[in-house]
Design a protein around this ligand. Sequence first.
Ligand code: NI
Length: 396
Amino acid sequence: MSMISAEHSREAQKEQVVKWRRHFHENPELSFQEEKTSQFIYDTLLSFGNLKVSRPTKTSVMAKLFGQKPGKVLAIRADIDALPIQEENDFPFASKTPGVMHACGHDGHAAMLLGACKALWERKDELSGEIRFLFQHAEELTPGGAEEMVEAGVMEGVDAVIGTHLWSPLQTGKIGIIYGPMMASPDTFTITVKGRGGHAGLPYDCIDSVVIAAQVISNLQHIVSRTTDTEEKLVLSVSQIAGGTAHNVLPDEVKMVGTVRSFNQELRESIPGKMESIIKGITSAHGAEYEFDYEYGYRPVINEESVTRFLHETAEELYGNEGVALMKPSMVGEDFSAFLQKADGCFFFTGAGNKEKNITYPHHHAKFTVDEDALDYGVSMFVRAAIKMLGSSEAG
Ligand code: NI
């Protein structure tokens, strides 16, 4: 291929990825309901040529690309689901489905993985081993799609797994790398304080669940500030509280919902017990009763050292020192962690914010979008990493 036509096909490839992203953006589907999305991915993958394409679960897709000789197996994952949000962008390709929106960038993730698959398919003669492209459903809704795919066997024989999240807090042009703990385990809980309602002017005739709930909330913070090693990262938030109907009525009960986030499995498992002893102590001291329900969410995302260094070097080779941002862990959750149970791996951020273009809205916002120039960075990271890991010659 001449320089000019290579350049031309590179541009065409970039444009194609943007087109795919817009298609996904316009046609979002909620978690576990990604039927058209997965069909589109399935059909597109088949159109590339001789890939082994399958459906590990109802709305996920896997493609296997085999190199010329046996070798390592690299899995690359993208999530494909959207959120129950009414889009407030007025793009020509804005969501056509009321109340559903790609507000986290998974439209871009699906498009980038298709782009990487196409580019690597075209270079398959340089590869040994296998690349497994995992298009995962339902990242946004527990129990999550990753676990289902793992149970369906998609990680059998995988040596390393990588994935990325387009990240609007990080500027386009930067690859965000985090060694070790990266994303927290997003557990949830519900507490109901059960008192005895009555006239708010006669509280001595009641068991005031509002006052007791207030005690419970403030005492729960002692778990973070007084009983947890200060070196550990732990968040405990009561984020929702409901009880009562009028100024002169004390309610029978108050219900609270919240989240606990940490990176340490041992610490995490100690939290429900600590919470319950506080809830039990305070409610029983005041003659009330309680219900407590604690649900474990995704495992924390902990990046493995050598794969992380490998991606760190890959990013530096592509974009130089200034193209890499060494970042701090984030307390958001990600079910990429399910894949990490089966192989060493690394999840990284692909900067997708752009202040000059006013692309600054946070993830899960009704005006969220990604800078489409970011897509090529994600594609290039995947392609370069795969060629480096599985290529017979030096990466090009
Ligand atoms: Ni997301």
